[in-house]
Write a protein that binds this ligand. Structure first.
Ligand code: ATP
Ligand code: MG
Length: 494
């Protein structure tokens, strides 16, 4: 019994140890053998053989210790498993991305090959387009030459008042848009025979009746306007007595459907130039507008002080280039800029009242658009002038009852128009000398009339019966021009 009590006392005093050396002292001061317990259990072997409880406790400690270790090992395992799962996921994602990248690289390679092929095709097609464009120019010119480098269109103005069917002296065959007949009843002088009808037949490249609208008229000219962009000098002028519709044909009025040749030509030029840009053509345009009044040149684009107007001279600067000194040569980039210049010119234009037409213009007005084209891809250049002329009235002096200044005007007009006829006749005869210098008009227009040019003349006719003899005169003049064979034009290409 004493032994058991002792054992109980001893064990109850022993601290729970885990791998540490502990010192215990007995209550009675007696120094006891230290109980050594280690986590590895080495202490267990040092316990006295009878200390079964201590051993059990040591074992329990060990078990607890191992359980702790197992727990943290398990936690570590869980963490590692989790990391492995995540790494595997990453691996899968990387594999997907790698294969996508591979596909992208394949695509890129294919696209690069395709781009290379397309570049070749584009270069090839550009070449073909250029050859096609050159071919078009050649064919277009061939057609224009077949039609004749000088062409005459006749336009009959509608009656401004009254019934169109009353116009009996001008006959336009329904099936032939190239013919026109002027007919007049001639009274029998003796009174014994019936009145006879005298007919004058004319034939032109085209005859437009009173119902022809501006668009229809321009359609015929638009091919010539195209030629100007291709490097040919083109001139279009309107001839006819006062009030016959020259200004209406050349300028028309503000409403777009009533636009005349000048605004329509300008519109076409800028539109075509824009389309040709895709083929490497860059154009620059320079406009000028000059009036020839009493054989004196006036700048219609002049904006300075009226009393400071400079004088002008026509100068020939090369075999096919004419320039006017002190004239405004205005660079233009679009249609609107040209329209503004035309408005300025109209304000500047000298108009005077005559017995025949309130808004009669007593001067020739010459609108010029210098066109310079450059195709830098091909090292090709072309240069030409589009020249649109509204001539002064061609009526004879006595009819307009002109006096004083009006008479002087009429004489100057008639002399320059007569000279125009002489120049055309000389060209028709292939004369070695053509008297261009005899009037300012022909000197200024010489490139447009001869050699390297395509010329179109409108002969405008008034439908009133009292204009019969003026109409006959105009038609005769125009016929002379129509017979004029101009040397084959060649494009100013470098
Ligand atoms: N085809 C047409 N259709 C309708 N009106 C026209 C036509 N042609 C001319 N006119 C009108 O006839 C009138 C005279 O025409 P315009 O001023 O063009 O004559 P012009 O030949 O220029 O005369 P001038 O030599 O005196 O300058 C104008 O009022 C014009 O609007
Ligand atoms: Mg006019």
């Amino acid at each position: 019994v004493i032994f058991l009590v002792l054992l109980q006392n001893t064990t109850s005093r022993l601290p729970v140890m885990s791998g540490k050396r502990a010192h215990t002292s007995s209550t009675d001061g007696e120094q006891q053998q230290p109980a050594q317990v280690s986590a590895a259990g080495s202490g267990a072997s040092r316990r006295p053989g009878w200390d079964l409880k201590g051993k059990v406790s040591d074992m329990e400690n060990k078990v607890q210790n191992y359980q702790g270790k197992i727990k943290s090992a398990n936690q570590e395992n869980e963490y590692l498993k989790d990391s492995i799962t995540k790494a595997q996921k990453h691996k899968t994602q990387l594999a997907i991305q790698t294969s996508a990248l591979g596909r992208c690289q394949d695509h890129l390679k294919e696209s690069q090959e395709l781009a290379g092929n397309l570049e070749e095709t584009v270069a090839h097609q550009r070449e073909e387009l250029h050859l096609g464009e050159m071919e078009r120019r050649k064919l277009h010119n061939a057609i224009q030459e077949l039609k004749g480098n000088i062409r005459v269109f006749c336009r009959v103005r509608p009656l401004l008042t009254g019934n169109q069917s009353d116009v009996l002296h001008i006959q336009l065959p329904a099936h032939d848009n190239k013919a026109l007949t002027l007919a007049k009843m001639e009274e029998s002088h003796t009174g014994r025979t019936a009145d006879t009808q005298k007919s004058y037949n004319f034939s032109f490249d085209r005859v437009f009746g009173p119902r022809a609208v501006q668009r229809e008229v321009f359609e015929e000219i638009s091919l010539l306007v195209q030629s100007a962009l291709d490097g040919y000098n083109v001139c279009c002028f309107a001839y006819g007595q006062t009030g016959s519709g020259k200004t209406f044909t050349m300028e028309g009025s503000d409403l777009e459907e009533l636009w005349g040749v000048i605004p329509r030509a300008v519109q076409q030029i800028f539109k075509s130039a824009k389309a040709l840009r895709a083929q490497g053509w860059q154009y620059t345009f320079t406009a000028s507008f000059v009036e020839i009044y009493n054989e004196t040149l006036r700048d219609l684009l002049y904006t300075g002080k009226p009393n400071k107007r400079p004088e002008h001279e026509i100068r020939k600067i090369s075999s096919n280039e004419i320039t006017v000194t002190n004239l405004t040569y205005q660079k233009v980039n679009n249609e609107d800029e040209v329209h503004n210049l035309i408005m300025l010119a109209n304000q500047n234009r000298s108009t005077a009242r005559t017995g025949m037409n309130d808004h009669s213009s007593r001067s020739h007005s010459v609108f010029q658009l210098d066109i310079e084209g450059q195709n830098s891809d091909r090292d090709t250049k072309c240069k030409s002038t589009l020249c649109l002329v509204d001539l002064a009235g061609s009526e004879r002096v006595q009819k307009s009852q002109s006096q004083g200044d009006r008479f002087k005007e009429m004489t100057a007009i008639n002399s320059s128009l007569t000279n125009l006829g002489i120049v055309i006749a000389a060209l028709a005869n292939k004369d070695s000398f053509v008297p261009y210098r005899n009037s300012k008009l022909t000197y200024l227009l010489q490139n447009c009339l001869g050699g390297n040019s395509k010329t179109l003349m409108f002969v405008n006719i008034s439908p009133e019966e009292e204009s019969f003899s003026e109409s006959l005169n105009s038609l005769r003049f125009a016929s002379k021009v129509n017979d004029c064979v101009i040397g084959t034009a060649s494009a100013n290409r470098k």
